[in-house]
Ligand binder design. Sequence first.
Ligand SMILES: [Zn+2]
Length: 340
Amino acid sequence: MKKPTVVYKNVENFSFDNADVILYVQQNNPDDDHTVVNHLFRVHKAILSLHSHAFESMFLVPMPPVGSHSQQFHDGLLMFRMYDELKDVTDLLQTFYYPCSSAIIIPPHASDTPIRLRGLLNIAHKYQVNQLYEHIVTFIKADWPQTLPRWDFLDDIDRQRMLEPQTTLPWDPVLDDEQKMSEPAAAIHIAREFDIPEVLPAAFYHLARIEISCDYDEARQDLCPRSEHAARWGMLTPEDMNCLMRGKEEIASIMGHFVNQTRSKCCHPCKSSWEETLFMTNYGRDPLEVLRRFIRRYELCDVCRESLATRAMVKREEIWFKLPEIFHLPVVPPWCTDHF
Ligand SMILES: [Zn+2]
């Protein structure tokens, strides 16, 4: 078979005159069967070593002389092939050389964050760019609260967006995403892949609030009501779906028990008013919200209302602390599962 012709192409913004090493990514030329393109990054060993232990170790290995068969040279510089996506290598080097204009500028609560950063997170992990890796993980975690007050804070912002959708009109996916509570399926996917268990409890709880008919891509095309949350259902594994179903069942059971308990504790007049109320129809969908907000609206006597409010606050904290257990998730350090 004919050996392909190699075409060399400098990558824009990464072709420094005083470079002392070349990294390259090889791609087949889509226009021609017999050529491959080597995309060259003419960069500096010192900069690469500063950010990455892997590069540092690679450059410490004694190099054979120019002309040796075991190494590839181009324009007198040693070349290292990167078996990664061109975009990921570009994004990684962008963070080294141009941090202010790079992919690490991450807007909060953007539903695309896990998808946009997956490649960069992967390559940062592979080349041991530890600071960058930790930076990205911190941002991903920040979108998924690990405490109940933080959850309430972000949920309030989210509700405000739903109550005043005109603030996000006209439909602008970028703007809207920045104001929307993050999409959970992509977050779950990246959390499983890179072992970020702190993301999972809040992401699964949020997922459990979403109707299965609310597909993220359809919502973006305005085929779902604007106020609905949506999920990329296709990104979930069978294991994720199993966790979701078990969690929904468990939440329904916890809330069913709570309702029965309340019924038994109320005084006689309040009991009948409680029975007549339809408010609990969907209590299992978002118990953290039901127990915080709606519970104070019922027409009960002062004693029963006070008792219910106190028990509701305790119950919602209990639900929050038990989220990893409820959804059958890995144990998460910040969650104190033996709290109750
Ligand atoms: Zn009463």
